[in-house]
Ligand binder design. Structure first.
Ligand SMILES: CC(C)(COP(=O)(O)OP(=O)(O)OC[C@H]1O[C@@H](n2cnc3c(N)ncnc32)[C@H](O)[C@@H]1OP(=O)(O)O)[C@@H](O)C(=O)NCCC(=O)NCCS
Length: 165
């Protein structure tokens, strides 16, 4: 498990087919019904989509932004089936926390998704709460981790605004 070299690179529109394929392979029905192609394309254009590389080979993708109360927010992560359960998810979360410009990174997953919950707990994410009513009978569990990253505070417009000359 320790020999992998995991890195992230920002997806470009040239990666669209690859990312769509990861998503389609996970759940064809959701891919179509939830208009995921549109969402993924927008995420790529907005520079919020990152390709997960294992030794420079694309093994999945992650969509990350700051739409959740200005904190880091992992919207979606998908790793190709044969690469799951090897610690790549955990390492991706570590990389996201390192590059986050906010103090905390949040994400959520269905109660039924034990693999995602384990991957998050293993790298130090804490349970933040449960939301009922999104998916019938499968509550959404929220998780977060402190990033030790105070860049956001230093960059905050308030700091600039109120900084004494
Ligand atoms: C969820 C996901 C991103 C996690 O990444 P990963 O690389 O598989 O995660 P890790 O290897 O870091 O950790 C997974 C943990 O779950 C365990 N696990 C593996 N398969 C499992 C299974 N079928 N059920 C329960 N746990 C499982 C692993 O053993 C590991 O824990 P351990 O090291 O304590 O044994 C990845 O599995 C994935 O892409 N799944 C499909 C898409 C998905 O569900 N995305 C999340 C949407 S919110």
């Amino acid at each position: 498990m320790a020999m992998q070299n995991i890195s992230l690179r920002k997806a470009t529109i040239k990666d669209k087919a690859l990312v769509i394929d990861f998503d389609y392979s996970l759940n064809k029905v959701e891919h179509i019904e939830l208009k995921r192609e549109e969402k993924i394309t927008k995420a790529i254009l907005d520079k919020k989509c990152f390709i997960i590389l294992e030794n420079n080979k694309a093994v999945g993708f992650v969509i990350f932004d700051y739409r959740f109360f200005d904190q880091g927010w992992i919207e979606l992560i998908i790793i190709a089936e044969k690469y799951r359960g090897k610690g790549i998810g955990g390492q991706t979360f570590d990389l996201i926390c390192k590059q986050s410009q906010a103090d905390k990174v949040f994400t959520s997953t269905n109660s039924s998704n034990i693999q995602m919950q384990k991957a998050l707990s293993k790298v130090g994410f804490s349970f933040a709460g449960k939301i009922n009513g999104l998916d019938d009978g499968d509550p959404e569990l929220f998780y977060y981790k402190m990033t030790d990253n105070r860049k956001a505070k230093n960059k905050s417009p308030h700091t600039t605004l109120y900084k004494k000359p």
